[in-house]
Write a protein that binds this ligand. Structure first.
Ligand SMILES: Cc1ncc(COP(=O)(O)O)c(C=O)c1O
Length: 387
């Protein structure tokens, strides 16, 4: 029997998973490769989900999410993101990942091109290829504070360009786009008649208290921005799989319809947990943010003391370290050698596309001592010629 699914066979697994698997088999490994909050879900959310299950919320729900959750999301979007959305413009999905997959399924024809950032969230280019479409990278460079370069974007547009994908706060750079950048990006999309898929799953994880997250949808006046949010990172709810998209009514209706053949509906129990996350106490959520901020400060200090140039993240739960200064590419081999010799597991820069070469990403979602020992291990490895 021959497998005919060429697209599936061509799918490349994220190489962060290679490190993840290797680290899992390395006793005592310092785990800095993962994008997983170090906290379990706050207990009031878990309790609310258990109660909801006992109260009978264990069946299928509507394709696009429970009305009660979408009502709360409309409030959240208004208060937190200053986005005015109608209830039917919000579609709840099993994680931000499914919101992205559904969105690209609605927008892309085979051969369409999508502008993607590099370094950027690694799953995106493979997702675009699964739709027989073409990822086209634009660069986020340290010299320009990891902000998109409008001239480069203009130079990449072809008659097949359909979507501009943006991600702020950005994984892995930690950059948070300002008002001016967002306005210019929406204007660029208007001029070139592109959709914007704006991945804002780290919207409430702004680490630099002097900046604010700016949602792209705030500048959208003709419904070309599709915003993607998630409960995963902000509320330490990665395993519950609840995300949502906000889009114009036509896109939202299609997204709801496409839930049926993919997942039927998001988990009802998880949606009840998400409701508790939105209505419950903020203190546990704020405490997690405070920890990430503290760890960022610590990581920067240790990196500097050990002569590694670090990128000061303004948001997310990650930090980039520059290993290129030591002549290293920070690729998968570098990461596996580092794991073998110093038991430090990092995300190789190469997984974030060509723009990630010369860097590695560490997670701020590890304990302070893991972060400290991990950076010291990386520095030692580099000084000994790790490349
Ligand atoms: C930039 C970005 N977008 C989307 C996701 C997907 O998150 P989830 O599916 O857990 O909501 C992630 C997860 O790491 C991410 O980093």
């Amino acid at each position: 029997m021959k497998l005919q699914a060429d697209r599936a066979l061509a799918y490349r697994r994220s190489e962060i998973r290679v490190l993840f698997d290797a680290a899992a088999k390395t006793p005592g490994a310092l785990r800095l490769e993962v994008g997983e909050p170090s906290f379990t879900t706050p207990s009031h959310i878990i309790d609310a989900a258990a109660k909801a299950a006992h109260d009978g919320h264990t069946g299928y729900g509507p394709n696009g999410g429970l009305l009660s959750l979408r009502e709360l999301l409309v409030e959240k979007l208004f208060k937190v993101n200053e986005i005015s959305a109608e209830i039917d413009e919000v579609v709840v999905t099993p994680g931000g990942m499914n919101a992205l997959y559904s969105t690209f399924g609605i927008l892309l024809e085979p051969g369409d091109e999508v502008l993607l950032p590099t370094p950027g969230f690694p799953n995106m280019d493979e997702m675009i290829r699964l739709y027989s479409s073409k990822p086209v990278f634009y660069h986020l460079k340290a010299e320009t504070s990891f902000l998109p370069d409008l001239d480069e974007l203009k130079s990449l547009v072809t008659p097949r360009t359909k979507v501009l994908f943006i991600n702020s706060p950005s994984n892995p750079t930690g950059c948070v786009f300002d008002d001016k950048t967002m306005t210019a990006l929406v204007e660029f999309a208007n001029q070139n008649d592109l959709w914007i898929v704006s991945d804002e799953v780290y919207d409430e994880l702004v680490l630099d208290e002097s900046v604010r997250h700016v949602p792209a949808a705030r500048f959208d006046d003709d419904g070309r921005v599709i915003s993607i949010f998630s409960f995963s990172k902000v509320y330490a709810m990665t395993g519950w799989r609840v995300g949502y998209l906000v889009a114009n009514r036509q896109v939202a209706d299609l997204a709801r319809t496409l839930q049926e053949p993919q997942v039927s509906c998001p988990s009802t129990i998880s949606q009840k947990a998400a409701e508790a996350a939105l209505t419950g106490p903020r203190a546990p959520i704020d405490a997690m943010l405070t920890s990430y901020r503290k760890r960022l400060g610590l990581a920067l200090e240790i990196a500097t003391n050990n002569k590694i140039r670090a990128v000061k993240s303004a948001g997310t739960i990650y930090m980039l370290l520059n290993v290129g200064d030591y002549g290293s590419t920070g690729d998968v081999k570098f990461a596996l050698d580092l794991l073998k010799s110093h038991k430090v597991s990092i995300a190789p820069g190469s997984v974030f596309g060509p723009g990630g070469i010369g860097m590695v990403r560490i997670s701020l979602a590890a304990s302070e001592s893991t972060i400290e020992k991990g950076i010291i291990g990386i520095a030692d490895f580099l000084k000994k010629g790790g490349r």
